[in-house]
Design a protein around this ligand. Structure first.
Ligand SMILES: [Zn+2]
Ligand SMILES: [Zn+2]
Length: 143
């Protein structure tokens, strides 16, 4: 199975437990949600409507909530209270640099930072469940 088939089958299992089906509209929305990068609910609505103009805003928002609940997508607040989403299933953990002028989002992974966070938590006998590190500033085009 490729990544998309794998996620499709796990989403369909998740829906089954809720007595829901992977309808063709939900499948279309899922496929659009698996694209690379970070997108808002409005952007997902646009992408999905381009594939199938009969898809409603309510269906996209409900499906988005299910994709979040099933941990296929992760919700990110990149400031301004605006919510963005990105695929988390089948991806490695990463953190973000966010340009406060143009909105560009750069992903990074840094083992040393990860280790420092773990060490800090350990010092406080704190068990980390998840973390989300965001650095806000200007990208090289906006600086
Ligand atoms: Zn910028
Ligand atoms: Zn990301």
């Amino acid at each position: 199975m490729n990544m998309i088939q794998e996620i499709e089958s796990s989403f369909s299992g998740f829906l089954e437990k809720k007595d829901l089906k992977l309808t063709s509209q939900r499948r279309t929305i899922l496929h659009q949600a698996l694209r690379d990068g970070h997108f808002s609910a409005e952007m997902l609505l646009d992408f999905s409507k381009k594939q199938d103009p009969t898809i409603s805003k309510a269906t996209v928002y409900r499906t988005l909530a299910l994709l979040k609940e099933s941990k296929i997508l992760e919700e990110q607040d990149f400031g301004d209270g605006k919510k963005f989403y990105e695929r988390s299933q089948g991806r490695k953990h990463h953190d973000h640099l966010i340009c406060i002028k143009c909105g560009k989002i750069i992903e990074f992974e840094n083992e040393a930072i990860e280790r420092l966070q773990d060490a800090e938590a350990k010092k406080h006998q704190f068990k980390i469940v998840y973390h989300s590190l965001k650095l806000f500033g200007f990208c090289k085009d906006c600086a």
